[in-house]
Write a protein that binds this ligand. Sequence first.
Ligand code: NCD
Length: 308
Amino acid sequence: MNFKGRDIVSIRDFTKEEIIHILNVAEKMFPIAKGEEKSELLHGYIMASLFFEPSTRTRLSFEAAMKRLGGSVIGFAQPGTTSVMKGETLADTIRTAESYCDVIVMRHPMEGSARMAAEFASVPIINGGDGAGHHPTQCLLDLFTIRKEIGSIEGKKIALVGDLKYGRTVHSLAYALALFKAEMIFIAPEQLQMPKEVVDECMKLGVEPEIANDITNIEDIDVLYVTRIQKERFPDPEEYNKVAGSYRIDMNLLKNAKDELIVMHPLPRVDEISPEVDKTKHAAYFRQTFNGVPVRMALLALVLGVVK
Ligand code: NCD
């Protein structure tokens, strides 16, 4: 298996065996991510972090991952301070950034932007989210979290809840879960259900997701993957107001849940999970957030060819 020089644009570009390999490398990175072991694995390498959209976890965990491995980081989180404001094209920004670094991590509001950047760049492009399109690194850390928390993915019952239409994390995750033969329930208001293409892809992989509007039969669920309604992607704010606050995970909902049920969320949350859930053992979202570091370490080391 050789990852050197590869772009990470969509989870669909990877086989199940490749995904398992990435998760295994991430597992080895865990003590370094925790700061318990020191590493200079990426000493002398530079990562450019180009964030054209708001981010907390993706950007900070990529930067932490690079620095924990002894590498350096350049980049921006406010495109307003760059030549983009002067009308520079994405292609030119990418050509510029790549001449200063060994790998580029990019987040951009336009769907397809990461694929386009990958065509221009000779260094690997890692997609940190392209509009409502893909979020492959989040998907990998989500898979890593499920495996770590409940032991396996295959055969588990996983409910994806919230904004399945505009949420890019669930577009990536649904595909990967189908690849791993999980059972899936897509729970969303009608107008925010999973795009047909994603449902079709799951079917092609032999998994038929159940489609629902409400969270029922909580006692059967192993993973409740909750998402934020993606306000910024609604063409009409009125439409957002109709669905805002559709779901809220609270103690009352969880009272019949199995002990091992985990609640995941890519974060940020708005009001989808009541803070009282945070102290329960169901709450896996902050551990999930941390898992971004070892998973992104694995990806950086693999695409830079430092780890095989
Ligand atoms: C998500 C994103 O940006 O797609 N956040 C993340 O990367 N952890 C989820 C969201 O914004 O709702």
